[in-house]
Design a protein around this ligand. Sequence first.
Ligand code: SF4
Ligand code: SF4
Length: 561
Amino acid sequence: MDQVTDTDLSDRNAASRFERLYRFHGGLVLPGHHEISTSLPIKDAGVPPLLVIPLLQHIGETAEYLVKEGDYVHKGQMIAAPRGNVSAPVHASSSGTVIKLEERPFPHPSGFSFPSVVIETDGRDEWAEHAHTLPDYRQLSRVRLLDHIRAAGIVGLGGAGFPTQVKLSKGPGDRIDLLVINGVECEPYISCDNMLLQERSREVLEGVRILQHILQPRDCVIAIEADMQAAEAALRAAVTGMADTGIKVVCVPERYPSGGERQLIKVLTGREVPSQSFPSDIGIICQNVGTTAAVYRAVVENRPLVSRIVTVTGAGVKQPRNLEILIGTPFSYAVEACGGYSDDIDRLLMGGPMMGFAVSTDEIPVIKATNCILAVTREEMPPPVAALPCIRCGKCTEVCPADLLPQQLYWYAHSGNLDAAQDYSLFDCIECGCCAYVCPSHIPLVQYYRHAKTEIWNAEKQKKASDRARERHLSRQARLEHIKRERAERLARKKRAVSGKDGAREAAKKAAIQAALERVRKKKESEGISQKNVDNLSAEQAEKIREVDRRRQHKHSPGEH
Ligand code: SF4
Ligand code: SF4
């Protein structure tokens, strides 16, 4: 394990502030361009006329509509409910009328549309009346706080969008040793976390206290990059002003992607998070600083996640800066709030130049995972050139911070051999773009990895859907069989009952006849009834009379022989 030495660091002054830090494999030192968007304070972007709020802004299941067209909604009102454990609710970002529930273009590399709630705002920006305000969080149980964080729709604001309460669900039963608050904004151009720390460090710290209360970690570190001096000063001042926080501020070297969860854990602790595992499996939980401030707002101010800070930057925008912007605001509105596009705008990206992706329209909405809207000129970021064949130079392997073999992954992703790509740990790829950045053949490697991952997810989704359909079919079959059996049994019972009744009725009838005959016979006997005019009969006549008598008797007593 390599301990960082002064010569490893791009900032020698910063080195003196480190206690003991480590290096992750690979990575790049890149020009930051952060200064472009940090000269102006955060500005409130205001309320756009239309908000388009997608139901899927997080990792996990899509939320379910709770409103219908024509409904009036207040700011902060839940308009879509989470479905399943790994999901998040969605709230109206401002007051107005729901005018459409439909699929709308969504900021995603696939360019797909997603179900969304379209709200025509009324400009009043009126908050929903919340049923209750939470008491002091220190008096609340961990479970209650996690429920509240879930209901507030908080997801990781660093870009991943993982539901926060799911991430916090581990501990204190499963001990968490270290809570890392990630303010290492290592990707070029993006400065939303930097500005948040500069202007609202107190909010972040209050959020950290809440997370400490939930997780009870042994240690807590807020990590920032060594070049974030203003943020560091604000943070240290805020920590000093708070008694007994146990919070340590650590500056890490500027090396992309040191803000990656696994890379940051390696830098701070020297420990590797094993493949296919979560940091919590080794007793560590990481939370982004923006997410931490959102937790503060949810728990202390009882405000769900309806806005976030977004860096609107690049030479393609006239006045780059950070905006506090409502979720669902179109990119075009955000750019207008920054003075509009410059004449030589070439492309628009969501995210930074390394992990971001180009979007084809600026009518897509800001979502919870939007940390940056990057408008670039051709000069600033030349358009991609045609890819050449891989020359197996191995440069991509040298820079891969996840210790993967990017050219092998490319080979398998390109040829559609998705099983082999998974064997080569495709899902450990953090899509940092380092490999593509150094590739002399200009192969858009990350696009291949994203495509392969999407294919695998889709196949899994389809498999799950067909498994569910098969289960539904089988349980329907079983239900129908059960109904059929029950019906047959009912019928049989009825038949048995009917035939039992008929038998009894017949037997009663026979008994009645028998009794009547018996009565007649007895009466005859008692009255001495005998045959008349039977004297002097011939033998033949006597036999005929006996024969008639026998038939008569037999007729009245059919059961007797
Ligand atoms: S850097 Fe590009 S050309 Fe070199 S091995 Fe990797 S994929 Fe191939
Ligand atoms: S994009 Fe993936 S494969 Fe490429 S360097 Fe980053 S982690 Fe490695």
